[in-house]
Design a protein around this ligand. Sequence first.
Ligand SMILES: Nc1ncnc2c1ncn2[C@@H]1O[C@H](COP(=O)(O)OP(=O)(O)O)[C@@H](O)[C@H]1O
Ligand SMILES: [Mg+2]
Length: 506
Amino acid sequence: MSSFHVISRSGDTQDTAGVVSASFLAAGDDDERLRLSDVSKLARRARRGIVGRARAEDRPTFSTIIREHLAAPLEGIEVVEESWPAYDLVNVQVGLNAWLQELGENGATPRREHQLLGLANFRHHEFGLADLLQRDREDFGPRPGNVSWSNLACGPDGEVQQAVRAGLYLVSEGDARVVVLVLAADPESGMGAARLHVVGNRPGLASAVAAEVRELALEHNVFRRRVISFGRDMFGERGAALQFHRRPALSTDEVILPVETLETIRRQVVGVAEHRERLLAARQHLKRGLLLYGPPGVGKTHSVRYLISQLTGVTIVQLTGDSLRLIGTACSVARTLQPAMVVVEDVDLIAEDRGMHPGHHPLLFQLLNEMDGLAEDADVVFLLTTNRADLLEPALAARPGRVDQAVPLDLPDAEARRRLVDLYRGDLALDDSRLDEVISRTEGVTASFLKELLRRAALIAADESGSGDLAVTADQLDAALDELLDTRNAMTRVLLGGGKDEEAGT
Ligand SMILES: Nc1ncnc2c1ncn2[C@@H]1O[C@H](COP(=O)(O)OP(=O)(O)O)[C@@H](O)[C@H]1O
Ligand SMILES: [Mg+2]
């Protein structure tokens, strides 16, 4: 029935239609009345139609507006349809804006003119540009109307990018005419993907435009060099929210680990990035996987934050337990925006919880397969952490080569505990005349335990002194330690990360 030639293609970043929905910070209200300023000269008939309350069949339809704009027969016209993952709508818009604003050869004036037409009644209808071209009457379904906008997150500090939820761009460049339909994903109506449909008045024009927009969307991608995470959408079962995070700032002095451990981690993650060109020239692979393992509270997450802080300029994609099923999406974003690092923390949780049988880790295997699927020269780091390396070992051993290095993080030894006390005392005046004893009594505690110890000591000092700068006495430090080691604080110690119970000796 359709006389149009439809070319469909889904996004470069993996099309996760039906799985992912965009994270709208503030969805524009769905005012479907016609705002006259949105309507072009070309839609003059629309104005007459609505203002003059003409009969329905006199109202301009999309088909007449598009026909008039293209000034070419629609018979056999090529409709290029592209779909993008819902969260990529922001990039589609940024790419489209860049394309619309491209300058002409003189470098001063835009090479293209455009008008943006909105759609009323676009929700709950499955349609595309081909449908708009075909329909002569619009008693139901989308009609020319107001442009619907949404504000989409494009940075960690509340930055937003306005994006069209449903709109039709009528574009002219010399004699060339193009029509671009943009539709956000609408999972409620079963449309899991964002769509960009294009027609042009010359053969090949629509495909060329779609490719240009795609390239610009990639070039200006708002996720590039950012720290983002995929988490479960709070409002939808199927969706996933994409969030931006501020890049942490941590210096090497703030990470108390044995020198060799820190150096191993740093070299594998940051070093490879630094020597990228030379490694590639020597035909060495860049793709790398690193597993940090050890008991809770020893600094796995802390080290991850440190590495993220060091990798400025690298795209970071974080996944946590619940969002691991989006591993495919995360990997495709990382591949597209490399250099990149994919962080999966507490990978044992996902490995165990989702397994149908003990030792059966479908999500972990999927993760390992995704790692395997990336090209060797992809500058992508996989950084995994776990408290339970023993649970992962069989799975990792069954898929060798994905994780190149497993780095154990241990409980801090006496010297490390001393450095941790030094780090976490901050500007606190502390009588350290009996510190040796404190260090020996804290054998087996974690870094987070020591951090809390100093805070407690400061709190006790604050309680016991009236005002002014805090100064912790040796007695107050002992008291804080007694309190934390007290059997009644066994649970607290667990929360701080496995300080050994003195009585039970476990
Ligand atoms: N090696 C370390 N050096 C400095 N601080 C640390 C270290 N390990 C842990 N900490 C402190 O303890 C807190 C908890 O540690 P975390 O990294 O979350 O432990 P986990 O290994 O369970 O991920 C951190 O936020 C940090 O303040
Ligand atoms: Mg952690």
